[in-house]
Design a binder for this molecule. Sequence first.
Ligand code: SF4
Length: 315
Amino acid sequence: MEAECGKKAVIYRDYEGRALCEEHFIRSVDKKVKRTIRQNNLVEYQDTIAVGVSGGKDSGVLLYLLKKYFEERDDIKLKALAIDEGIKGYRDESLDEIKSLANTLDVPLTIASFENAYGYSLDRIMEIKEERGKELGIEGVTSCTFCGVLRRDILNQKARDLEADKLAIGHNLDDEVQAIMMNYMKGDYQRMARLGPKTYKVPSENFVPRIKPLRQIPERETTLYSQLKDMDVAIDECPYVSGSFRFEVRDFINEMEDRHPTTKYSILSNFDKLLPLLREKFYGKVEEVSPCERCGEPSSGDLCKKCELLESLED
Ligand code: SF4
């Protein structure tokens, strides 16, 4: 296929109705990410940015781009942060890709694990659920709920330990749109109000705000970008991936996008119009968030969600 400029095309963007060559594609992704950063003030003077890396294409592209944009800025520090959830045959292997990427880009890397932080790997938690889920009342709690809650907590703690002003995560357009739709379908508008390019900053000094520079880039394009840049990224899927609500929503949105290109951008831009109203409604009057009674991390109830889940595993 030929691109608009006459060179060989590397992608046809249905949502724009045009084909791009490698050079124009790379330039276009760079431009979108820079614009997301600039328009939302995601990176500011003298920021230390912890970058969550998973070994996958999204976080690999994120670290690569942030390094490229801020390499010449002495006031901006980047620190890579990886979490080992303890998923045998998956995460242990992707840690090699993470180390190699951080090394190539010359970004210092910190690795934290569920096992060290909480005393359980995700595999162990799933074994407990399998053996005693009914008795412990966690029969209906999915692997992704445990994983997501614990990972959010540990990323926040470690980013704070690294004295980071912000935590950059590799959420792409697909991730953001899935999160919007999942919260919408569950009717959880309060959680929805925390989404956006810079997550709502809970008024607590213990909370490191998250930024999402890739939220305007479709997943298909982060994959292509990582391939064109020859990045060594993990391609295996997590063994717990099937059966999660997120993936049912993903399939549904992808089907809609196939039939109606621009669906994803449309969901995102309409959500961005609603976001200020949602934040005003749910967080307009919140002055301070009280710490969790058990761990001291920011929490909306007496116990944070992580402590609730960990307590449910105890006898
Ligand atoms: Fe964790 Fe679920 Fe992602 Fe696997 S698919 S890494 S369990 S959130």
